[in-house]
Design a protein. Structure first.
Length: 310
């Protein structure tokens, strides 16, 4: 069993419009845009990062907004819901705020004892806010949401599968432990993590596979402290029979990727070097930052990429 995994690092999804995506996460959800860069493999497409003040691992939601991308369809083999942690008693504030912004899919529920508010992004991606009493992660209040209500980071992610058996084995190997079950949902958690320590496996044997598009989660990333820990994880996964990529430099972290038995793409990302490696904390997310190999395209990209308000 691995001991290096520290919970979630980030989640990366697909969107249809950069300006709409930026507005939703900064002006509606109150997160900070911490990086404005481009897709390594398609530099004419943004890669936008949102999180807390410094982009702490476990708080970071990232997006590839592909213009004219088709809308994804919900199903199995995907992350079906991303859940953020908010302070106890803050859901009435959020319900009023999201309703005023015409956010779709609003629904209150109790899930494993947590009060939750479910909703959808403009592209139809499933999200929820969960009230958590003991989440001590720092609050980011720069976009007008008070510390009494602001999102602290991820709480959990729900993975939709036709058969959750092999995924349960993988999570156990990665250091997660089964903590509860409600109906067709089994909850796993890792101790000593980023605060984003929980994964829910949703067993849906009769549901067809998802089709990726706008509103789909592209991959889910798990955190390790450093590159040495990442190499240990990579070796263990290779020894277990997983096809794992070489280590890839993503500028703000190093990454490895592998496809899970249920079809979901997993990443293991380092907590180093962080998002302040090329911008000071006060100015994160303002300037267009390009990977070194794409710097020669700057003039063309700045003309082509859709302008996004600061």
């Amino acid at each position: 069993m691995l001991t290096q995994i520290k919970g979630l690092h980030h989640m990366t999804s697909l969107a249809s419009d950069a300006v709409e995506n930026n507005s939703f996460f900064t002006q509606v959800l109150g997160l900070r845009r911490i990086k404005k860069t481009v897709n390594f493999d398609a530099p004419d497409v943004y890669h936008l990062y949102y999180g807390d003040e410094v982009g702490t691992p476990g708080s970071v939601m990232t997006y590839f907004p592909f213009p004219n991308i088709v809308k994804g369809s919900r199903g199995t083999g995907e992350i079906g819901e991303t859940v953020f942690s908010v302070p106890t008693g803050s859901l009435p504030f959020w319900q009023e705020r999201l309703a005023a912004q015409n956010v779709q899919g609003l629904a209150r529920e109790d899930h494993f004892g947590d009060a939750r508010l479910r909703f959808s992004t403009p592209d139809g991606e499933g999200f929820a806010l969960a009230e958590v009493a003991d989440d001590t992660r720092p609050a980011w209040t720069g976009n007008g949401v008070s510390a009494d209500h602001t999102i602290r980071g991820f709480h959990s992610a729900g993975i939709r599968l036709r058969d959750d058996g092999q995924m349960a084995e993988l999570l156990t190997f990665m250091g997660y432990q089964k903590v509860d079950r409600q109906g067709n949902v089994t909850r796993y958690a890792v101790s000593g993590g980023t605060g984003a320590n929980t994964i829910d496996l949703v067993n849906l044997p009769e549901v067809a596979p998802a089709r990726e598009g706008a509103g789909s989660v592209h991959h889910i990333a798990f955190a390790v402290d450093n590159r040495a820990a990442q190499l240990e994880v990579r070796k263990a996964l290779l020894d277990t029979g997983y096809a794992v990529t070489p280590v890839i430099d993503r500028d703000y972290f190093w990454a490895i990727y592998f496809r899970t038995p249920g079809g979901v793409l997993f990443e293991v990302a380092t907590n180093e070097p962080g998002f302040d490696r090329d911008e000071d904390t006060a100015h994160l997310g303002r300037a267009l930052k390009l990977p070194t190999q794409h710097e020669h395209l700057r003039e063309a990209l700045e003309k082509k990429l859709q302008p996004i308000p600061a």
